[in-house]
Design a protein around this ligand. Structure first.
Ligand SMILES: Nc1nc2c(c(=O)[nH]1)N[C@H]1C(S)=C(S)[C@@H](COP(=O)(O)OP(=O)(O)OC[C@H]3O[C@@H](n4cnc5c(=O)[nH]c(N)nc54)[C@H](O)[C@@H]3O)O[C@H]1N2
Ligand SMILES: Nc1nc2c(c(=O)[nH]1)N[C@H]1C(S)=C(S)[C@@H](COP(=O)(O)OP(=O)(O)OC[C@H]3O[C@@H](n4cnc5c(=O)[nH]c(N)nc54)[C@H](O)[C@@H]3O)O[C@H]1N2
Ligand SMILES: [Mo]
Length: 773
């Protein structure tokens, strides 16, 4: 694989998802890692008992099943981490930070693993080597100099282990703040907020086994073929036994249409594949809430008809009576809402909504899955609560084969929240910490991601520390976010690979290189395991398998402990002792986090243990003690008032999404196989009719601006228009290239999540030639 783009090409993909195309792609990545045989051994250890947890997505596997479980994109994640290339002192001597900033995100990460601690020297504009002790002292000095601990921001990305996350939150709270912006704020925050209000717990209620019993699986706003490939297997098994798979997605994502499984040799040989979806609905961006309400309205109509005819009711009356609150108000809202408004806002026809409702009704047991197409809108909380409302009408919650499944992103993002990475921490967590560690915990809410950026923009926040991730590129409104980081007195990145966040430095800046999931982690008492939690609340251990590239790299828990000790001394724990043996950290977790009693014993069980889910057990930890029907109003207009007040009308509504060759801001390659794109990423997918309407041609280059009423010009340049099978009025582009277009203040109600799936844009004939990546 070369670093230069191969001739940019666009040709619709004809093959099925997974299958031969996937294997060819994986092989290329293997060879490119420069240590193919070592990585093959690593891959065979992925998600096996005694192996490591895949650093890719948070999909779980059946704990009993011993088969090899990896997928094309998990393989890419492993190879990407397990490279032999290094970004060391020699590398940083060669390039100034300004020079590095000229490189693409793809180039930066491709250079290899960060192998030694580095400190930014503003006079030479270069990173120079530093010692761990000096790095920790510098951080401690800055932190101790702040007027209040609330002037520091402590970011977390969802790959951090439970052990690292627990120590981090303990340190930060002992230091004195709840400023925990995290990747979840940009991801499934709305799911957590919505589910806690509706059913009393902010996680999915289903387990892996439920997929084997469902009669219908709805997949809303999710592209599993690329982002959760191991989910294709249970979907495929479901279709095989006659269950329905119903997709809601404006794009006909290949993985949801049909696919092959690479581990089924026969199918690969015949190149055959079976149809996967039984129906595919293509709503307007943000149209899902109206579509779901339409389904519920049909159910209500059929319920009344059934009652009139004395037939079996459509609703689960026993469940509603015993377990829910607020049904009457909700049914009244269904009656008040006109069919016309539902059709208009959903972007679906009445016939389509009726068909979806028929499929929903036909199934005795329904699982609802969703991801970013649902969570990154202004009304995401209300949309997710509408998913719950629908499930409650037919008792599709807390019984085998039915329930709620927000499909998480990062491999341990759910676990990090469980461990207390939370800017709005639950009182119980704070009480437990206070009791166990005997210090006064901060009780005020801290900053989430958008609030942290605002605090850095206005100069209030002065220190930014990141436990993983790529804050500069993952966040919206890139130029303003970059400026926010540069305003800081100190920025610290605990990372495996070089990215743009290392190049948007504060006055002082540190790069602290850490071990990844695949690396062997040896401490005073020997090799250490860490633990993670998947989307199904299964907790399991993960053991690194590969020799680290350098002795100078440290584990995430060791780095957190080093910062903590330099800042707080041996308070509230003996940090060195925690690092000598991570089971000591797990004992602290057992003492403070509900559900983790006997953690060290239970985690030894092959496949791990189930943390439990109160909603899945029909216990409702809500304000009413019941599962709540939430009668949220539909948005009066999907177009936000701030866009209307901008004085311009949008040409299109844009969603920003992932290609097949990326992991969030990590770009593995420049292809998006299933969407037929090769060798380029600065593209805009548009409907042919819109090209004609707006006076552009397929292949033409455009500049794109977005609309908001704050007078800021938001612009990206030199994007190539691709005529694509996308609903009229919509456009799609890749994240993070399109992030400069997402206004910082455009966030979800109650979730504060940037609305990355709904950006009002205008096109302009390109002024400059395209930036070649
Ligand atoms: N290989 C790989 N795996 C990953 C990741 C990765 O980048 N690469 N990222 C990980 C992370 S952190 C996450 S959160 C997940 C993300 O997983 P996804 O949520 O699948 O990620 P996106 O690419 O953002 O895709 C969103 C999907 O929603 C659709 N969509 C957009 N807007 C709407 C809408 O309004 N309504 C509906 N119904 N659909 C809509 C889009 O067409 C697209 O198919 O994947 C995780 N796994
Ligand atoms: N426009 C738009 N923006 C989005 C999204 C979108 O759909 N559209 N999606 C949002 C979502 S869902 C998410 S989750 C966020 C992701 O936001 P982040 O989690 O902040 O971003 P990543 O790209 O996953 O971070 C990649 C970096 O993490 C570091 N890294 C990798 N592995 C490890 C490890 O094991 N330990 C440590 N310490 N560091 C490691 C590497 O240095 C790598 O460069 O982005 C959000 N931003
Ligand atoms: Mo995510």
């Amino acid at each position: 694989m070369s670093l230069q783009p191969v001739n940019p090409r666009y040709k619709p993909y004809k093959g099925a998802a997974a299958g031969w195309g996937a294997l060819i792609s994986v092989t290329q990545f293997w060879l490119d890692s420069k240590q193919p045989f070592k990585n093959l051994r690593a891959l065979l250890k992925t998600n096996q008992n005694g192996g490591f947890d895949c650093p890719g997505c948070a999909w779980g596997d059946s704990p009993e099943d011993g088969r090899i479980k990896f997928c094309e994109n998990g393989a890419k994640a492993v190879n990407w981490e397990a490279t032999k290339r290094r970004v060391d002192a020699k590398f940083f001597a060669k390039y100034s930070v300004s020079q590095l900033r000229e490189q693409s995100d793809y180039w930066l990460e491709y250079q290899g693993r960060l192998t030694e601690p580095m400190r930014y020297d503003a006079t030479t504009d270069r990173y120079v080597p530093t010692s761990w002790d000096d790095a920790f002292s510098l951080i401690a000095k800055h932190l101790k100099n702040l007027e209040t601990p609330n002037q520091a921001e402590f970011y977390t990305s969802g790959r951090a282990s439970n052990e690292a996350a627990f120590l981090y939150q303990l340190f930060v709270r002992a230091y004195g703040t709840n400023n925990f912006p995290d990747c979840s704020n940009m991801c499934h925050e709305a799911s957590g907020v919505a589910l806690i209000q509706s059913v009393g717990i902010g996680k999915g209620s289903v387990t892996f086994a439920d997929f084997e019993h469902a009669d219908a699986i709805f997949v809303l706003g999710q592209n599993p073929g690329t982002n959760h490939p191991r989910m294709l297997e249970p979907l495929r098994e479901a279709v095989k036994r006659g269950a329905q798979v119903v997709a809601f997605n404006p794009l006909k994502e290949r993985g949801l249409e049909r696919f092959q499984h690479p581990q089924h040799a026969l199918e690969m040989l015949t190149n055959g594949s079976e149809p996967l979806n039984t129906a595919f609905f293509r709503p307007a961006l943000g149209g899902d809430m109206a579509a779901l309400r339409g389904i519920a309205k049909f159910l209500l109509q059929w319920e009344r008809e059934a009652v009139a005819k004395g037939e079996k009711p459509v609703f689960d009356h026993a469940f509603i009576a015993e377990h829910t609150d607020g049904v009457d108000a909700y049914l009244a809202v269904l009656d008040e809402t006109s069919w016309e408004s539902l059709v208009e806002q959903s972007g679906l026809s009445l016939e389509e909504i009726e068909q979806a409702a028929l499929m929903y009704r036909r199934a005795e047991k329904v699982i609802m899955c969703w991801a970013m197409g649902i969570t990154q809108h202004v009304h995401s909380v209300a949309t997710i609560q509408e998913i719950v409302n629908l499930q409650l009408l037919r008792g599709n919650l807390g019984r085998p084969g039915a329930g709620l499944c927000p499909v998480r992103g990062h491999s341990n993002v759910q676990g990090d929240r469980t461990m207390g990475i939370n800017d709005r921490p639950p009182v119980l967590l704070l009480d437990n910490i206070e009791k166990r560690f005997q210090f006064k915990v901060p009780r005020d809410n801290g900053h989430n991601t958008v609030e942290a950026i605002n605090a850095m923009v206005d100069g209030h926040a002065k220190v930014f520390i990141a436990l993983g991730g790529n804050f500069a590129q993952a966040t919206p409104d890139s130029p303003r976010t970059h400026q926010a980081l540069q305003n800081c007195d100190l920025t610290v990145q605990i990372s495996t690979k070089l990215n743009r966040s290392h190049l948007t430095t504060g006055k002082d800046a540190l790069i602290l290189p850490c071990l990844g999931r695949t690396d062997i982690d040896i401490q005073a008492t020997g090799p250490q395991a860490i633990t993670v939690e998947d989307s199904f609340s299964m907790i399991h251990a993960s053991y690194g398998q590969l020799e680290p590239l350098s002795k100078e790299m440290r584990s995430e828990p060791a780095i957190v402990a080093g910062i903590a000790k330099a800042t707080l001394g041996n308070h509230p724990v003996d940090w060195d002792a925690m690092i000598a043996d991570y089971s000591g950290i797990r004992d602290l977790i057992a003492d403070t986090i509900p559900g983790f009693q006997d953690f060290n014993t239970r985690v030894q069980h092959p496949g791990g243990f189930y943390l439990g889910n109160s909603a899945g057990a029909r216990q409702w930890k809500t304000n009413t003690g019941k599962a709540n029907f939430k009668s949220n109003a539909l948005l009066a207009d999907l177009l936000p008032p701030q866009v209307r007040n901008s004085g311009q009308t949008p040409d299109l509504i844009l969603q920003t999404m992932r290609s097949h060759d990326q992991y969030n801001t990590t770009i593995y390659g420049l292809d998006d196989r299933y969407r037929g794109v090769r060798g380029q990423r600065d593209v805009l997918f548009v409907n042919e009719a819109d090209l004609t309407r707006l006076g552009y041609k397929h292949g033409q280059k455009v500049d794109i601006t977005s609309l908001w009423d704050d007078g800021v010009e938001r612009k990206v340049v030199g994007f190539t228009l691709l005529s694509f099978d996308i609903p009229a009025g919509q456009a799609a582009a890749y994240y993070p290239e399109a992030n400069p277009l997402v206004p910082l203040q455009s966030v979800g109600l109650g979730s504060h999540t940037p609305t990355s799936k709904f950006v009002a844009i205008r096109l302009h004939a390109a002024q400059e030639t395209a930036r070649i990546l």
